[in-house]
Design a protein around this ligand. Structure first.
Ligand SMILES: N[C@@H](CCC(=O)N[C@@H](CS)C(=O)NCC(=O)O)C(=O)O
Length: 221
């Protein structure tokens, strides 16, 4: 039996958090090896583990996968979170990419220079409330189903729900006018695997704090 996937990244959300969410939603246990120093990153680079010298990297099924999207696509395919045909897959990709665009802004937010934070926060709030959330609310309204695509859980739902939680941390009333998004979040959060991940003590990471931001500077600069 293959071992658990091993996630190589720093001990923070960054680009790995969507991978953690997806594995957790799929009910897959995983291990994490945290980079703490520049030497930790150099070791992975020097032993040829990082195709583009970058993390995230996930050891899974005998592969060392890099590129976040490739990692997510593999997990989604393996655990049937990627639709039943190419049309569903196209929608799942489209919805997931929209989420990723906003999620990247949110995940980078704590790492931004203090002087740029106010403007970044205003952009996040505006894009969440006026561009992305209305678009997903409209999808859910259009078919009145429980999930975004094909009436069953896909990676698009998982990443959207992750995004909803993260945006709300920055903008507590962001979801006020989006009842179907709120209902989706409740539904997904009540799935046993996700419920477990949302409990304190899980491998879900908190908002990257000042210590985490400093540590990434040490590792990557
Ligand atoms: N397209 C890549 C980008 C990965 C990336 O930028 N990783 C950063 C850490 S979050 C990194 O390794 N930076 C060091 C470098 O680029 O040399 C992905 O999505 O995985």
């Amino acid at each position: 039996m293959p071992g658990k996937p091993v996630l190589h990244y720093f001990n923070g959300r960054g680009r790995m958090e969507p991978v953690r969410w997806l594995l957790a939603a799929a009910g897959v246990e995983f291990e994490e090896k945290f980079l703490k120093t520049r030497d930790d990153l150099a070791r992975l680079r020097n032993d040829g583990s990082l195709m583009f010298q970058q993390v995230p990297m996930v050891e899974i099924d005998g592969m060392k996968l890099v590129q976040t999207k490739a990692i997510l696509n593999y997990i989604a395919s393996k655990y049937n979170l990627y639709g039943k045909d190419i049309k569903e897959r196209a929608l799942i990709d489209m919805y997931s990419e929209g989420v990723a665009d906003l999620e990247l802004m949110v995940l980078y937010f704590p790492h931004m220079p203090p002087g740029e934070k106010d403007a970044a926060l205003a952009t996040i709030k505006d894009k969440a409330r006026n561009r992305y959330f209305p678009a997903y609310e409209k999808v859910l309204k259009s078919h009145e189903q429980d999930y975004l695509v094909g009436n069953r859980l896909s990676r698009a739902d998982v990443s959207l729900v992750e995004l909803l939680y993260h945006v709300e941390e920055l903008d507590p009333s962001a979801l006020a006018n989006f009842p179907l998004l709120e209902a989706l979040r409740t539904r997904v959060s009540n799935l046993p695997t996700v419920k477990k991940f949302l409990q304190p003590g899980s491998q879900r990471k908190p908002f990257d704090d000042a210590k985490c931001v400093e540590s990434t500077k040490t590792i990557f600069s």
